[in-house]
Design a protein around this ligand. Structure first.
Ligand code: HEM
Length: 298
């Protein structure tokens, strides 16, 4: 149970989420040699993503952010001695930006700024965040239906219509992200103008890949449509999962350099995700062309 006000506490929900992530990690590792298990891996990933994102809509932005910041507190405070305050870490008013109570009173300064931005924010800012995370979460789920389960889904709704719906949610979600990013020049703890333009570049990477996929479909070039949509999926995984996973490592590593760890995630996550997806696709394609060459020659 979580208590506040000077008590050291252990938030069970955070520990439970760590346990779920470990289980997911094991399944991902197994999935590398068992492609048939990917559907399960993807489904569990979607449940975890929705667990993180839907809580904003239920509990409100400050509570959602406090949970998010709490996920990093353990790693960022590792090895810190009493009274030490690294340059990239700060306290927040009443320690309300975390669920750890007095266990951890220092947090990444971007986490404190993130909480402060939404704790008594203008309605437009809060609504932009809700629209962004809701629309991008829906686009994330639909993208899986298109790529992994489109045979089954096409019995209910056509691939083309689902694609248009995915693009619509992605456009609205990215539009809201652009609005949020346009305010970041005033947020020093994020990296100011570097964070603002980093999020613009992230939007370009994700949305640009989706637009290329859409263009190829309009041309009837189904081979390149598939290529670009796999790249788009990689950029989405990068923007969401890689962005957050990188912070676990770079946060403690760069805690003497404020903004470095967040800026790495902002600038690198989506392009890195796209490149990884491209590399995996090439590997699958060369394997399946080798397999069909073998079956033809036998
Ligand atoms: C197009 C790529 C993306 C961009 C440019 C982007 C940008 C942003 C920005 C600017 C914020 C708010 C930070 C603030 O204003 O203080 C944010 C937060 C958030 N975004 Fe995105 N985002 C992208 C992709 C995604 C995706 C694919 C999802 C979900 C599937 C997502 C879910 C969230 C969530 C849940 C938050 C709140 C922080 C958290 O709990 O992680 N974003 N994003």
């Amino acid at each position: 149970m979580v208590e506040r006000g000077g008590e050291s506490t252990v938030p069970i929900s955070v520990l439970g989420f760590y346990a779920a992530l470990v289980l997911w990690g094991v399944l991902i590792a197994r999935g590398l040699s068992r492609p048939r298990e990917w559907s399960l891996v993807a489904a569990i990933g979607l449940v975890l993503l929705l667990f993180l994102n839907v809580r904003y809509l239920i509990e409100g932005a400050p509570a959602g952010i406090a949970f998010f910041v709490s996920l990093y507190d353990v790693f960022d405070n590792m090895g810190l001695s009493m009274g030490e305050t690294p340059a990239a870490m700060a306290a927040c008013v009443g320690n309300a930006c975390s669920l750890w109570g007095d266990t951890y009173t220092l947090h990444q300064s971007w986490g404190v700024a993130f909480f402060d931005r939404f704790v008594s924010a203008p309605a437009l800012r809060t609504n932009a965040l809700y629209i962004h995370l809701a629309c991008n979460s829906v686009a994330f789920v639909l993208m899986h239906v298109q790529l992994l389960w489109s045979d089954r889904a096409s019995r209910v709704i056509s691939h083309a219509w689902l694609g248009r719906l995915t693009m619509m949610f992605l456009t609205i979600g990215t539009g809201a992200a652009l609005y949020l990013a346009s305010e970041h020049d005033a947020v020093r703890e994020y990296g100011g103008i570097w964070a603002e333009w980093g999020f613009y570049s992230m939007s370009l990477c994700v949305f640009g890949a989706a637009m290329m996929g859409w263009r190829m479909a309009r041309r009837g070039d189904w081979g390149m449509h598939r290529v670009w949509m796999i790249r788009f999926a990689g950029a989405m995984y990068g923007a969401f999962w890689l962005f957050r996973a990188l912070l676990v490592v770079t946060g403690p590593l760069f805690r003497e350099w404020e903004t470095v760890s967040l800026l790495i995630s902002i600038w690198a996550s989506a392009p890195l995700g796209l490149l990884i997806a491209e590399g995996l696709r090439r590997r699958w394609d060369s394997r399946s062309s080798k397999a069909s060459a073998v079956s033809l020659s036998s």
